[in-house]
Design a protein around this ligand. Structure first.
Ligand SMILES: [Mg+2]
Length: 227
């Protein structure tokens, strides 16, 4: 990743700002979602490995779209198409609030963030419910590491709205900041619009417009490219 060079050749005294997405960036949200869904099907008497189970899982995962689809719409869709899974959108939302329970602790991510926090002001910028996103941080052991946490459900605005990024920057210069996220539309594009450098966490390394400054396959590679 040598094409990262030079961009942040700032004096040591300047504390840089690291804006971090949560879902599928710091925490393996899609892995937890799949586990949650298998558990939900099992509690409805369905085998996730059966042909019917696979079909239902695929349909629900497609509608979820890595948590990028509107949650109300997602819950309405699933409740109407799969009433045997959820009797109402509200019932599905209650089930979905258990999702943090299906995340695993991420000690290596925590240790990396602790090291990065010596040079960087770490701030979370995440779309989702405040309660659920905060429980995800607790469950993975990533709580207590951040100088600020901006969650759309608590802020009344969500990515890609530039205002949530401006809020997270506070008075800091966007040119001293880096945004790290997995979503081209909600993380990379708005950050670039504000002049914030970007790191795209993208396991498959697909093409992306607008191009981020750097791509990594796994969050644990972040330290290497920021060094
Ligand atoms: Mg994300």
């Amino acid at each position: 990743m040598h094409w990262w060079h030079g961009r942040f050749a700032l004096p040591e005294c300047v504390r840089h700002v690291l804006l971090l997405d949560l879902d599928n960036t710091l925490v393996e949200r899609d892995v937890a979602f799949a586990r949650w869904l298998v558990d939900l099907l099992a509690r409805r008497g369905m085998d996730a490995a059966s042909a019917q189970g696979v079909r239902i899982m695929e349909d629900i995962a497609a509608r979820d779209d890595h948590a990028r689809n509107d949650r109300d719409e997602f819950c309405r869709h699933v409740a109407s198409r799969h009433p045997d899974i959820a009797t109402s959108p509200q019932a599905l939302w209650r089930e979905l609030s258990r999702l943090p329970d299906f995340l695993e602790p991420a000690p290596a991510v925590r240790e990396m963030l602790q090291r990065l926090s010596r040079k960087w002001s770490l701030r979370v910028v995440s779309n989702g419910s405040g309660d659920i996103q905060r429980r995800k941080m607790m469950k993975t052991g990533l709580d207590g590491l951040f100088d600020g946490i901006w969650i759309s459900g608590e802020q009344g605005m969500e990515k890609p709205d530039l205002e949530i990024f401006r809020g997270a920057l506070g008075g800091d210069d966007p040119r001293t900041a880096v945004m790290v996220g997995d979503d081209p539309i909600r993380d990379i594009r708005p950050a670039r619009a504000l002049g914030i450098a970007t790191v795209h966490v993208e396991p498959s390394h697909r093409d992306l417009q607008p191009l981020p400054n750097a791509k990594i396959r796994n969050i644990l590679q972040l330290e290497e490219i920021l060094a």
